[in-house]
Design a protein around this ligand. Structure first.
Ligand SMILES: O=C(O)[C@H](O)COP(=O)(O)O
Length: 234
């Protein structure tokens, strides 16, 4: 029994490293994101998926629509898989949120948010723990943070602790995991969160910048600008 996790396709927000943690904001795939999702259809067909789960965000649901266009299988929306609530950082550059996160740590709630980074990860992990009860093989279309955390878990060394910042997860790249392994990852990550891994990482660190080695993967060129200033929305 296995689960194939994928991050949704690219959106105008993710292309510019703007955060969206409010499912009520209609952020959909851009042309490139939709094209990539269509191109991934053969992979989903080959898997013979018997169930699909998404977060409640339009971009994961749209990605699932495109991936499963010719496949009929039960679909579920599980808000436990949603992006973190970014509060006052909604729609702002990831860099701004990252600076705040470094200063305040993963257990603090951003102003205006109902959850900390760690609280958000715990609820995502709760959602993952429910997956083995679902028909398999199954596909889960979720967000970068969860995919990054699972991938970190997959490749961690025994002495590694969950870091505050993780490399950005690629779009639509499958991460396939057996139920046994998934439950081990969930248990391990839950333990990391509960003991506050990454909490002291920002203390005394220099101000965050796009040159920071842990965030540069998520914050490359071009320099991010507010969405309304981009030609895409003109
Ligand atoms: O950690 C990340 O990179 C964010 O979760 C990205 O969110 P997204 O996958 O919804 O763009």
């Amino acid at each position: 029994m296995s689960t194939c996790f994928v991050r949704h396709g690219r959106t105008p927000y993710s292309a510019r490293y703007l955060v969206n943690g409010d499912p009520g904001v209609p952020v959909l795939l851009d042309d490139e994101g939709a094209l990539c999702a269509r191109r991934s259809r053969p992979l989903v067909r080959e898997m013979g998926v018997r169930a699909c789960w998404t977060s409640s965000f339009p971009r994961t649901r749209q990605t699932a629509d495109l991936l499963l266009e010719e496949i009929s299988c039960p679909r579920s929306v599980d808000a436990r898989l949603d992006e973190p609530d970014y509060g006052m950082f909604e729609g702002r550059p990831f860099l701004e949120y990252a600076s705040w996160l470094r200063e305040h740590g993963p257990t603090a709630r951003p102003p205006g948010s109902r959850e900390s980074q760690h609280e958000a990860l715990l609820r995502m992990l709760e959602g993952c723990a429910a997956l083995p009860a679902v028909a398999a093989p199954r596909i889960v279309v979720a967000h970068g943070f969860l995919l990054s955390a699972l991938d970190w878990c997959r490749s961690r060394r025994p002495q590694d602790e969950l870091p505050l910042f993780l490399p950005e997860a690629p779009y639509l790249e499958p991460l396939v995991v057996s139920d046994r392994c998934l439950l081990e990852w969930v248990e391990f990550l839950t333990g990391e969160v509960r003991r506050g891994s990454g909490s002291s990482e920002g203390r005394g660190a220099p101000p965050i910048s796009s040159e920071d080695h842990r965030t540069v993967l998520r914050l490359p060129r071009p320099v991010r600008t507010p969405l309304e200033e981009n030609e895409f929305d003109a």
